[in-house]
Design a protein around this ligand. Structure first.
Ligand code: AMP
Ligand code: MG
Length: 518
């Protein structure tokens, strides 16, 4: 049985109103709200690792009571449901109150190892923060969130997790590209799990409204509950150190995204986790052909604010907005400024360490930056698949480097021919650099294979799983979940799941183009 200990509710003020209508909520961090029951809930998939973390075995996951709870149709003992209040900067502009518009918290579970997890249903119906929307989620976006949360975790990227994917038996109407073509789609609910779902925007909203006392309370609460090591050390309890920790975690997260080729797509400050987790999987995507300017989000296609290469700078901008909010609580802001500089330092150092790993270098040297920059430029021009290229690089014979090992990463014959001389030259330079390290092949290969995944949730794979599931066949969801458990291992017989993007997927909706409307 799940043990609940709902500190967020207990220690922070709630909204005295119960009216479940769109409205502004002042003086409170959360609003009580009941999930809206669905017609015919069906458990389509669950993550056994997340279940295990909650001390739930397979049988416990399948009981009618559990499935009903995961659909928002019933509560388990100890569950209390609420939506939290936050704001945010969206696409660079202050957007005011946003809040959990289609996420409903179920409380905080304490497992046998005394670890704390917030449980949250995404798509369980409207809340006071739903504005003009319906509080629901479609199956396609729920599959994407479910699979990618788990894939990211297994890649070693900090992320919120997904316990379950439940089909609702109801349809949800969406105009996928906001072009006047609404379609009824199957609905779903994902149960997300994280130590904390607190976002930068929780603090920003209180600061923007001048609710200084409540802002201080939320900061104190967050440090105490979500940063217990900082909290228990009286020397380290200060706001500056806490913000520095957030900057550091965010920097590490950005390096991971750049390392694995993940593009979040909507890095608004309401989608930034205080714990440095990847949060809110919407129109995200994985880089196929290496393109720094690529974004999967059609809503952002013209300005490309959230494209692949800009993510680290945007995270820094978002941290600055959080610093603006926290500045209301401290007389001097030099500590906050120092923490932001720490972001730059950690990002630079970790980026070099990560790419040293990807290239198999023993340690990053100053002049390696040029080698890497030249590679990026070649990969961009020659339209080379990022995942396939880095993975195959480990097979290069550095005594006799040959183009063959990386050719499979090229998408276009004409570009392969045009850039073959450039690539050959680069590989020769690279091999010479590795020879200077004088390391055993096995040592280098192991380092590279631990940094370069064989399997990522390629956009077209997720879309195939969605296409099948929409026809009632969920097998591919299970296959992908299985393969993505061990992304760094060669998995014999599963080569199809590492194939680079097929031609049909190049411009297909869902594969390279997504919108926020999910
Ligand atoms: P996003 O950028 O998708 O994370 O969402 C921004 C804001 O819109 C958040 O406050 C969400 O809760 C809200 N939102 C997004 N989709 C819906 C929906 N279908 N129903 C209600 N609120 C939504
Ligand atoms: Mg969001």
């Amino acid at each position: 049985m799940l043990q609940f200990d709902n500190r967020f509710l207990r220690e922070l003020p709630g909204d005295p109103e119960r009216r479940n209508e769109p409205r502004q909520v002042f003086g409170a961090c959360w609003s009580p709200v009941d999930p809206t029951p669905v017609a015919a809930p069906r458990l389509l998939a669950y993550s056994r690792e997340v279940a295990a973390a909650l001390d739930l075995d397979e049988a416990a996951m399948q009981t009618p009571e559990m499935v009903a709870a995961l659909a928002g149709n019933a509560l388990l003992p100890g569950m209390v449901t609420y939506a939290s209040c936050y704001g945010g900067h969206q696409f660079g502009q202050w957007a005011g109150q946003l809040g959990d518009g289609r996420a409903i918290l179920l409380g905080e579970v304490i497992n046998r190892r005394q670890q704390r997890f917030e449980l949250q249903l995404k798509g369980a119906g409207p809340t006071p923060y739903s504005r003009r929307a319906d509080g629901r989620a479609v199956l396609r976006s729920s599959i994407r969130e479910f699979l990618c949360s788990e894939a990211m975790h297994h890649l070693g990227v900090p992320t919120t997790r997904a316990l379950s994917l439940v089909g609702t038996g109801e349809s949800v109407v969406r105009d996928m590209f906001y072009d006047g073509h609404p379609v009824a789609e199957p609905g779903a609910v994902v149960c997300r799990v994280a130590p904390s779902f607190t976002r930068f925007g929780h603090f920003e909203l209180l600061a923007a409204r001048g609710e200084r006392g409540l802002l201080q309370r939320l900061v104190d609460f967050t440090i105490a509950r979500d940063f217990p090591t900082l909290h228990s050390d009286p020397e380290q309890g200060g706001l500056g150190l806490w913000f520095s920790e957030i900057c550091e975690r965010t920097a590490r997260l950005m390096v991971h995204w750049m390392r694995v080729g993940f593009v979040h797509g909507v890095m608004n400050t309401d989608n930034m986790s205080i714990l440095g987790l990847t949060i809110d999987y919407g129109p995200y995507g994985w880089v196929d052909n290496f393109d720094p300017g690529w974004t999967p989000n059609t809503t952002d296609a013209s300005s490309r604010r959230y494209c692949f290469a800009r993510q680290p700078a945007i995270a820094r901008w978002n941290l600055e907005r959080l610093a603006d909010a926290l500045a209301r609580l401290v007389p001097r802001t030099d500590e906050l400024a120092a923490a932001l500089e720490r972001y730059d330092e950690i990002y630079a150092a970790e980026f070099c360490a990560a790419f040293a790993g990807k290239l198999g270098l023993r340690a990053w040297r100053h002049d390696d930056a040029e080698l890497l920059e030249d590679l990026f430029e070649l990969m961009r021009q020659a339209e080379i698949d990022m995942t396939e290229f880095f993975r195959s690089l480990a097979r290069l014979d550095i005594e006799q480097p040959h183009l063959d090992v990386v050719l499979g990463a090229c998408y276009r014959d004409d570009l392969r021919q045009r850039y073959s001389t450039g690539l050959t030259r680069w590989l020769a330079r690279y091999a010479a650099r590795l020879r200077q390290d004088g390391e055993a092949v096995a040592t280098r290969t192991a380092r590279m294979n631990a940094a370069n995944p064989r399997f990522v949730l390629r956009n077209y794979l997720a879309q195939q799983a969605i296409d099948h599931a929409e026809q009632g066949d969920t097998q591919m969801i299970h296959h992908l979940l299985e393969v993505l458990r061990r992304p760094y291992d060669e998995q014999a017989g599963r080569e199809a799941f590492s194939a680079k993007r097929p031609d049909w997927a190049r411009h297909r909706a869902g594969c390279s183009m997504l919108s926020c409307s999910s």
